[in-house]
Write a new protein. Structure first.
Length: 637
């Protein structure tokens, strides 16, 4: 068998036409083994060894290429396995869509209605999903969608959203802010992929523009005014919102040279902030303000008005604003009015006698000729018969006082910078007539005008004039009366009369309020019961606001608002209550006090004046009871 193998090798080595070196081996020789020795004794010849190819050496570069190839192959294999086994369960936030559907523009203060759509485009579902809504600043989420509607942050639990499913969440809110301001809703979806403990999030933002301010503000003032003279202007605030604008505040930014004097609603802070409270939809508020401007002739000045709620820093958020300009003129004739020596706000009571002084001055470096001063008094509260004037005269047909050079010679020629004054007196009706009370808020208006002539080189004699208006408010007259009754009244009284020691006698006490021209707010009537008087808890009317303090013995009645004309053109506002008196031996022969002195306090809603009236104590001497007899007052044994 070995001989056959050797013969085959010889034929391959010495093939016809081919030498040993020309021939190439097709593959490396098989390594020697013990088994081969059985068939091939001895070692190969030197020529055979020389003919075998050398095995290539592995260089570092070659090794790196081989390792990189192996790693790349493993990565490809891992990706294929991951894609085949886990690919469908991968959840990406890119496959979750959050859209905000609804109006992109609304009017400020109107309610907007939107829908948040959440679509899961992943191949697997998500769970424990929460939608977080951050509402725009100064918005008011509508109740039902946000509990309490006091916060601008809301978290809604949605739960599971299946693969390919769309979930819709409604959003409703009132948006407030300036015209053309942009309000941004911030939306965040927090979720957990199925089979995972990781919490992921997807966010989105959407904006809405306001087409109109929720508050309309306008300023009404004269186009020009004289320097140093009082002038009146008003600010009008109207709500355009569909919801209540809470804690509305008005702020006025005055120009340099403006001096605040008065307003019908007192400022809450300084002289430029007013608290208007809650402003109902379509409601209007008007504030009247009086002031003085100082400055150069023909100076143009601007007032800026802001209205809206107040932020955390106390600054007014401008839901609405307006700017109004006025031209300042230097008056050649300066005027001023003093009422009872006062230049500011004047409040007069019924029956008051008032002294009015008109101060005037020529501010020119030239003389003024033929000056005339006129004062007109208007108002149904004025008793025209009481008007009196010193150097001037009164024209009753038009209720005008006049001073000219015939009554005041000094007015014929007024020197440069010369000043002087004129005066007159008048009285207010007391009490006011019923027709005045019915109209409510009575006032007296003083209109002063001064005119004269100056001589100029180019135009000759030129007329100059100035005018001034002053309003006097008439305060209401709030009066308290009290009565002690036994034989009459809404309750049946029992016990001996005159009262006797050791036996109880009951009495009825009646408090009554009358009011003339203006409404009285926050009215309170109070008194004290002595220790020997017992409160029985019987009142009429039964639903009135009355309280009794057993410790102090104080009785307090809060009738609230006392209407104009109460007790004059309409019925008086009254309270009746019942008490019990148990006399002691030390009171025999006396007329003990049943109720201490009684006081009423309130505020005039028109003038802002604080009102007060007081009545003396009530005793067992019931002189206000028509059937009472003198001998029924003193305590008996």
């Amino acid at each position: 068998m070995n001989e056959d193998i050797i013969e085959r090798l010889k034929k391959r080595l010495y093939r016809k036409g081919e030498t040993f070196r020309e021939r190439k081996l097709k593959s490396p020789l098989t390594p020697y083994t013990d088994e081969s020795k059985t068939y091939w004794e001895g070692s190969p010849s030197e020529e055979e060894h020389l003919s075998l190819p050398e095995k290539p050496k592995k260089t570092p570069i070659r090794k790196a290429i081989i390792i990189a190839g192996i790693v790349f192959s493993l990565a490809i294999l891992g990706f294929l396995v991951y894609s085949l086994l886990l690919g469908p369960n991968v959840v990406s936030s890119k496959n979750i869509e959050i859209s905000f559907n609804g109006p992109t523009t609304i009017k400020g203060g109107d309610a907007g209605d939107w829908q948040v759509s959440i679509t899961n485009n992943n191949k697997t579902g998500i769970e424990l999903a929460d939608l977080i809504i951050e509402y725009p600043e100064n918005s008011e989420p509508i109740a039902g969608f946000l509990s309490g509607a006091k916060t601008l942050y809301e978290r809604r639990a949605i739960g599971q959203i299946k693969a390919g499913e769309t979930v819709i969440q409604p959003v409703k809110a009132y948006l407030f802010g300036e015209k053309d301001s942009v309000k941004v809703f911030k939306l965040t979806l927090e979720y957990r992929p199925q089979g995972s403990n990781a919490i992921l999030a997807k966010t989105a933002e959407n904006s809405v523009r306001l087409l109109q301010s929720p508050v309309e503000v306008s300023v009404n003032m004269p186009t020009e005014t004289n320097a140093g003279e009082s002038f009146l202007f008003d600010v009008e605030i109207i709500s355009n919102a569909a919801a209540v604008i809470k804690n509305t505040t008005l702020k006025i930014e005055y120009p340099a040279g403006f001096q605040y004097q008065d307003s019908d609603l007192k400022p809450a802070s300084g002289d430029d902030i007013w608290r208007l409270g809650d402003l109902e939809p379509n409601k209007k508020r008007v504030i009247n303000i009086t002031g003085i401007l100082e400055g150069q002739d023909q100076m143009e000045l601007s007032f800026r008005v802001l209205a809206g709620p107040v932020d955390e820093k106390g600054e007014v958020i401008a839901y609405g604003f307006a700017t109004q300009g006025i031209t300042l003129k230097k008056s050649f004739l300066k005027l001023g009015i003093l009422v009872d020596g006062k230049t500011g706000d004047v409040i007069a009571s019924e029956g008051a006698n008032l002294k009015v002084e008109i101060e005037w001055q020529n501010t020119l470096p030239d003389k003024i000729y033929n000056a005339v001063i006129q004062a007109k008094i208007t108002g149904p509260s004025v008793n025209q018969r009481t008007i009196s004037v010193g150097k001037g005269f009164y024209r009753s047909f038009d209720q005008t006082l006049v001073w000219n050079q015939s009554s005041e010679p000094g007015l014929a020629e007024i020197e440069p910078l010369q000043r002087d004054k004129e005066d007159f007196n008048f009285s207010i009706f007391g009490p006011l007539p019923n027709d005045v009370i019915k109209t409510s808020k009575p006032t007296v208006t003083l209109e002063i005008e001064m005119s004269g002539e100056r001589i100029t080189e180019g135009e000759g004699r030129v007329e100059i004039k100035n005018h001034l208006t002053k309003e006097i408010k008439i305060a209401t007259l709030l009066k308290l009366s009290r009565r002690g009754l036994y034989h009459s009244g809404p309750f049946t009284n029992t016990g001996p009369l005159p009262p006797k020691v050791g036996k109880e006698t009951t009495y009825t006490i009646i408090w009554s309020l009358t009011n003339s021209a203006n409404a009285v707010s926050d009215a309170t009537v109070s008194a004290f019961l002595p220790s020997y008087i017992r409160w029985l808890g019987m009142t009429k009317p039964e639903n009135t606001d009355v309280s009794y303090n057993q410790t102090t013995g104080e009785v307090v009645w809060r009738p609230g608002t006392v209407v104009p004309g109460a007790g004059i053109v309409t019925s008086a506002q009254e309270l009746a209550f019942q008490i019990s008196f148990l006399p002691s031996a030390t009171q025999i022969g006396g007329q003990p006090v049943l109720v201490s002195e009684t006081t009423v306090n309130g505020k005039d809603s028109f003038t802002g004046a604080f009102l007060r009236d007081m009545k003396s104590a009530l005793t067992t001497y019931l002189d206000t009871d028509p059937q009472f007899k003198y001998g029924e007052a003193a305590v008996k044994q």
